[in-house]
Design a binder for this molecule. Structure first.
Ligand code: CP3
Length: 348
């Protein structure tokens, strides 16, 4: 069987048509997900391989996306690091944030196969369920994004505790980022060993710093993770593509391509043509429809899809939202987007 078009696009090839998937494609906008979720908490879903498999496959069966993404969460790695996390309806909370040198020293470096066996089991079951239809993307939170959650204790507007640590106690910040980077690389490596066909690093909060601090913190540690992966035994046997996504990447385009990733994720606040000009031809790009654009009419969605396809060009482009799908999204508008991408990008 020839390699799936999603994986070929990751390698910067022009493919028969642009592949498409969606960040957070297995989530609350989907009635089938809400039905499963009515019977189990979010963490139960993440920890039960059969249920995680079921919700991972739902959007593939429903919409025909070209890639599946493991149903899990970036914060699933906190308990093995010795940090509690809860998921109330308002978004994740870390009841005891890590803010001192002593607390940072206590953060654990862990063995993902021992501590998160249910993730590897879910990957195996999903691969069986997919039966080769589309590739499976594994993922982890990038170091700076993980630090931000751990230090703030949840979402934030101004990130005061993060910035106190980064700029007031940089040694402590680097010590914590280094530990997280090792955990992140080990976790992604284990996902690839279990069968993931691609891995994505989510730097959802990588966009909160100045360009100089982007190089010093998010980019530096994303690079560390990517280098650890590329030099690992797992990757010497199975070198899967790596996607790096920074939400709010526009201020950093001159440095973004140096991450070492195969694919760069692009949010919607910048034209993907501008990103291509600034990062060059050495990487594939993923993006970049505003998730909020799915509130427009199907005709308007099609117009916006056409605009992104024209700007992105044909070499190594994966169509995606610029960030996660919003829970209020109408599934029929998702279908309209998928149809538009498939029809408008066909190159036969
Ligand atoms: O389909 C997929 O994309 C896979 C599933 C996935 C989830 N979280 C499921 C989820 C993925 C890839 C993530 C990653 C994740 N989690 C990120 C990085 C990507 C991004 O969106 O920036 C971040 C920052 C988190 C942390 C997190 N988890 C937040 C902020 C929330 C609350 C979000 C919300 O909409 O309420 C979660 C919970 C979460 N993760 C849900 C889902 C489906 C909602 C939980 C529920 O069912 O109640």
């Amino acid at each position: 069987m020839s390699e799936h078009l999603f994986l070929r696009a990751c390698r910067r090839e022009t493919v028969e048509r642009t592949p498409i998937w969606m960040m957070r494609q297995a989530g609350r906008y989907l009635p089938a997900y809400r039905a499963v979720r009515a019977k189990a908490s979010f963490l139960e879903l993440c920890r039960n391989p059969a249920l995680a498999t079921e919700v991972t496959l739902q959007p593939i069966d429903e919409f025909g996306f070209d890639a599946s993404i493991l149903f899990s969460d970036i914060l699933i790695t906190l308990p093995p690091m010795g940090i509690d996390v809860i998921f109330p309806d308002a978004g994740p909370k870390i009841p005891t944030p890590v803010r001192t040198s002593e607390a940072i020293a206590d953060v654990k470096v862990f063995d993902p196969e021992l501590e998160l066996p249910y993730v590897m089991e879910a990957i195996k079951q999903i691969k069986t369920g997919l039966a080769g239809r589309v590739p499976l993307i594994g993922f982890a939170g990038a170091p700076l994004t993980m630090l931000t959650y751990i230090v703030e204790g949840g979402g934030s507007k101004d990130y005061p505790h993060t910035k106190k640590l980064l700029y007031g106690a940089p040694k402590d910040a680097h010590a914590l980022l280094d530990k997280i980077a090792h955990n992140c690389a080990a976790f992604l490596e284990a996902q690839v060993r279990a069968g993931a066909d691609c891995v994505q690093l989510f730097d959802s909060w990588g966009g909160i710093v100045s360009p100089g601090d982007f190089r010093e913190y998010p980019l530096r540690y994303a690079k560390q993770v990517i280098q650890l992966l590329r030099s690992s035994k797992t990757f010497s046997e199975r070198p899967v593509p790596i996607i790096y996504f920074v939400n709010g990447c526009a201020p950093y385009l001159d440095d973004y391509a140096s991450s070492g990733a195969d694919v760069l994720g692009v949010d919607w606040r910048v034209g993907i043509d501008e990103v291509r000009r600034r990062v060059g031809d050495g990487v594939a790009l993923q993006g970049n429809l505003d998730p909020g654009a799915l509130f427009a009419s199907p005709a308007e969605i099609r117009t916006r899809v056409a605009d992104i396809l024209a700007r992105a060009g044909t070499r190594g482009h994966i169509f995606n939202l610029g960030h996660g799908v919003l829970p209020e999204t109408n599934p029929e508008h998702v279908r309209a987007m998928v149809t538009a991408v498939k029809e408008l990008s066909a190159r036969s």
